[in-house]
Design a protein around this ligand. Structure first.
Ligand code: ADP
Ligand code: LRH
Length: 489
């Protein structure tokens, strides 16, 4: 099939992948050419990302991709690398699950009340927001020596091209951006003691971001001038750009390591009610706002699987989900938004503890624990969408589920049941598709219009629709469970 080929580098918390997307005016063909694990490393008491291993994965993937019209990079948000005056990386980027940010919100609150911080940035309180990481690092020799700060996808783009920039959608996860001006907030930076000069100039999705360096061409076997194009470099921004919605009243849930559940808006919601509901206003492509709540997501299950494996009872995911599907519904549920689940380790025990504390039965074995996780996630999805609807004063008609969780049919059905709304599931590789779509628009291969991209994806992707059912609990049972989680959270 003819069309232009683009390479999307998509680094998720659980794996990195390089995908090619061949795009024509009425076709999109996405292929995975390389996938590699993303395994954090604990060193000197700090949890780090292994960025050089990730970069090697990117190079290997670009070699597999072969000739492409352009390359785009997206990854998880908030984390960064520091560069010295020679442009060399200072130390290994710290993982957002590291505990160095404990107590930092209180420290920042001494110079900027949380109400004001929210009214200016619209960002949900998450202990790992970049501003808290920089507060934690304030007195470090490393930060003192740093000349520049690059967010992870910008760091990868810099290594590929030698060009430095700060892509806006990901910059919005720093909590240093004002979503009304879509520019840095000097007030917040000053209060947090952050030098804004650390950040290279802002760039937008679709902007040119340099071209592959000769060294990179050698490493990848690519030839000629290969441009790198800025995309929605926050993976969630790219994923939302690829939500195949054709109706106005849609909500999305990007489910992978995290579940990001919410709405696409044209303006931020910065009210006190929104702050209290812990909703975020991240910036999306095309001047949009991603109004959503971060929910712990399939991390809960990933970490259970890791624990069971280290205890010598590894589980096979497909079999586990089948078994979980026939467990009693809504037997025990936990608050999947609880930051207590953020750090790695002992996840089954932490879930048991949460059940015990709330007077519910402790799950008996991996299948019941999995069921508890999936019921709890479905409930958290419902609560987030209920709140989004109320706070943004809109009505949701359909829920689009994208990301790795699309493969989890039970989770999709439970989400439809819990929300009492139809769920349209797919694509699983939404971030990579959104990445490709922004490049294809920038290079004139498809119309420069987000709505057209969504229509194209809707018409061409295999999507699965789940109608709400009462097979896993009556609407009343879901409402009761939702109320119980809300009361406990
Ligand atoms: P991230 O981008 O955050 O690394 P993904 O979007 O790739 O995450 O989603 C990974 C999750 O998707 C896994 O933890 C797993 O729970 C789920 N998943 C992936 N493939 C399958 C599958 N075949 N069946 C069920 N769940 C799956
Ligand atoms: C999902 C994600 C999410 C962030 C978290 C750090 O991969 O980017 O949007 O909040 O990682």
């Amino acid at each position: 099939r003819s069309g232009a080929r683009f390479a999307a580098v998509d680094l998720g918390a659980s794996s990195g992948r390089v995908m090619t997307g061949t795009v024509g005016p009425s076709s999109v063909d996405l292929r995975e050419v390389h996938r590699f694990p993303n395994r954090p490393v604990r060193l000197g008491g700090t949890l780090h990302w292994d960025v050089l291993a990730l970069y090697r994965g990117v190079l290997d993937g670009l070699r597999e991709a072969g000739p492409v019209a352009s390359v785009g990079v997206d990854s998880w948000g908030v984390d960064y690398g520091l560069l010295d005056a020679d442009g060399v990386l200072l130390g290994n980027p710290v993982h957002y699950r590291d505990d160095r940010t404990e107590g930092m919100a209180d420290r920042l609150a001494e110079s900027l009340p949380p109400q004001e911080l929210y009214a200016t940035t619209g960002l949900q309180y998450l202990p790992f927001n970049t501003v808290y990481q920089l507060t934690a690092a304030r007195d470090s020799a490393q930060l003192a020596a740093a000349q520049q700060l690059l967010l992870v996808p910008d760091l990868m783009s810099y290594w590929l091209t030698g060009v430095r920039g700060t892509e806006l959608t990901n910059a919005s996860t720093t909590q240093l951006i004002d979503p009304r001006t879509r520019d840095w907030s000097r007030t917040v930076a000053e209060a947090a003691g952050v030098r804004l000069s650390l950040f290279p100039p802002l760039r937008l999705p679709g902007d040119p971001a340099g071209e592959l360096l000769p060294e990179v061409l050698d490493e990848t076997g690519l030839e000629g001038h290969v441009p790198v194009t800025a995309v929605g470099s926050h993976d969630t921004a790219s994923a939302v750009a690829a939500v195949p919605a054709v109706t106005k009243g849609f909500a999305y849930i990007a489910t992978g390591t995290w579940s990001l559940a919410g709405l696409e808006l044209t303006r931020p919601v910065l009210t006190e009610a929104s702050r209290q509901a812990n909703f975020t206003n991240e910036l999306g492509v095309d001047g949009t706002v991603r109004y959503l709540r971060n929910i712990m997501g399939l991390w809960l299950l990933q970490e259970c699987m890791r624990s069971w494996e280290s205890e010598g009872r590894p589980q096979e995911l497909a079999a586990l989900l089948r078994e979980a599907g026939s467990c009693a519904p809504l037997r025990s549920v936990v608050d999947a938004g609880d930051p207590a689940f953020l750090p790695p380790g002992r996840m089954p025990q932490r879930i048991d503890d949460a059940c015990r504390r709330s007077g519910q039965p402790v799950p008996d074995g991996p299948a019941e624990a999995t069921r508890c996780v999936l019921d709890s996630l479905a409930l958290a999805h419902r609560l987030a969408l209920e709140d989004a609807q109320r706070l943004a004063d809109t009505e949701i008609e359909v829920v689009h589920v994208v990301g790795g969780g699309v493969h989890n049919e039970l989770l999709c059905q439970l989400t439809a049941d819990a929300c009492g709304l139809p769920v349209v599931a797919g694509p699983a590789e939404a971030a990579a598709l959104g990445n490709v779509a922004v490049q294809a628009r920038a290079h004139g291969v498809i119309g420069d219009d987000a709505g057209l991209v969504r229509r194209l994806l809707y018409d061409t992707l295999p999507l699965r629709r789940y109608e709400p059912s009462a097979d896993h609990g009556s609407p009343q049972a879901w409402s009761r469970a939702a109320a119980a989680v809300r009361a406990g959270s």
